[in-house]
Design a protein around this ligand. Structure first.
Ligand SMILES: Nc1ncnc2c1ncn2[C@@H]1O[C@H](COP(=O)(O)OP(=O)(O)OP(=O)(O)O)[C@@H](O)[C@H]1O
Length: 380
């Protein structure tokens, strides 16, 4: 198959015309990003917000033309809208907009994106980077699978996707069946990551609206099949992407990962408040790198004022889900693609993650109980 380049895609986009002005999307400055990897092409067009619906035929045409290029296996064109200034109608979460699909209290553009067949979506988030959010997400997903759940992992950490590495899938690419991207399968999980679609050595400079477009596409167009739980590894922090994700994706709840240091806990509070603002239940806080156990003598060292997350959870009225020590084995196994829950399933760390999984299942089970009721069949 021929290799398609960004230039080929851009040249194709030049042949299209905006119905209003007759100009092409490239000269109009709408092309915000073109990513192509192993024949999977993604294009983000940033269009004026009020033109979105009118431009749907143009989007479809662009997708068809890019798809028709020699060397393109899948083509995804997303329309994104330029961010409006504060006060100009950007959807806010404090009006219940989380479930704010059309007609919902959030109304307007905040349509929810729910992959069909996925029963519960759990976000794993952190107020700042590097606290072990991805490690927690990977181990938690495996612990949920060990509890008999059908689990998917959606790596939404678009700025530093680590699931390919942590789940031993580096360099692999998802296949395509009937124009639908198939998640990769490993260790009993279905996995999708933007890391599978982009060049690691050539990171895409994501702009806010493009991020959401790409994430939406992965939720909608990936063939997730039937899942009991989807674990989402969120991008770190509490910026617009995280807020929009929390509003647009019908999350069953969020798990906040924090290290015990005060600063991280302050960030954790921000994360917690962000989810609360958009009515996403916070399932609890995990304290990661909580304490250190000497591998030689077993001595336990409380390096970072251990216990801060427990206190914060109590103050903020949410559940403390557990603490995970700083242990080289957790790092080595995660970095080798076999997280500790599978590499040492009987060990104390795996037990800790299983305990966290149980606490989550208990909560989402309880919360989701009404939605699980059998459908009513009416005879008329
Ligand atoms: N409990 C732990 N003990 C030892 N090492 C850990 C632990 N948790 C995470 N790590 C290591 O710390 C590093 C950062 O972890 P991870 O990538 O999970 O953080 P993150 O919060 O997802 O970061 P980012 O948001 O920047 O992607 C990794 O090398 C990981 O193996």
């Amino acid at each position: 198959m021929a290799t398609v380049t960004r230039d080929d895609i851009i040249a194709t986009l030049r042949d299209l015309a905006d119905p209003k002005t007759g100009r092409d999307p490239v000269s109009l400055g709408w092309v915000q990003g073109v990513a192509v990897q192993d024949g999977h092409a993604t294009v983000a067009l940033e269009v004026p917000p009020d033109l979105g619906p009118e431009l749907e035929p143009l989007r479809r045409e662009a997708e068809a033309r890019v798809h028709a290029l020699d060397g393109v296996a899948t083509a995804t064109v997303v329309l994104t809208a330029a961010r409006q200034e504060a006060g100009q109608g950007r959807p806010r979460g404090d009006s219940g907009g989380r479930r704010g699909g059309p007609g919902g209290p959030g109304g307007g553009r905040a349509q929810t994106i729910a992959p069909p067949g996925v029963r519960h979506i759990v976000a794993v988030a952190s107020g700042k980077g590097g606290v072990g959010k991805s490690t927690t997400a990977a181990n938690l997903a495996l612990a949920l699978a060990a509890r008999g759940q059908r689990v998917g992992v959606f790596d939404a950490d678009i700025y530093g996707p680590s699931m390919p590495r942590m789940l031993g899938l580096t360099g692999q690419r998802p296949g395509v069946v009937n124009d639908r991207i198939q998640p990769l399968q490993t260790l009993g999980l279905k996995v999708m990551s933007i890391g599978f679609l982009m060049n690691e050595e050539d990171p895409v400079v994501w702009r806010g609206p493009m991020v959401m477009g790409a994430l939406e596409q992965m939720l909608r167009d990936v063939d997730w099949g039937e899942l009991d739980v989807m674990v989402v590894d969120m991008p770190p922090g509490t910026g617009d992407t995280q807020l929009t994700m929390s509003q647009r994706v019908p999350l069953a709840g969020a798990v906040i990962v924090s290290t015990p240091q005060d600063i991280a806990l302050l960030d954790a509070r921000k994360g917690l408040n962000m989810f609360r603002r958009v009515d996403v239940p916070v399932l609890g806080i995990v304290e990661n790198m909580s304490y250190y156990v000497c591998p030689n003598c077993g001595h336990r060292e409380e390096v970072f004022a251990h216990g801060g997350a427990k206190a914060t959870a109590a103050q903020m009225g949410c559940r403390f889900l557990g603490d995970i020590p700083l242990d080289i084995q957790i790092r080595v196994n995660a970095d080798a693609g076999t997280p500790i829950v599978v590499s040492d399933p009987e060990g104390p760390h795996a037990r800790a993650y299983l305990g966290i999984a149980d606490a989550i299942l208990e909560q989402i089970g309880a919360e989701a109980a009404p939605a699980r009721a059998a459908p009513t069949i009416r005879f008329t």
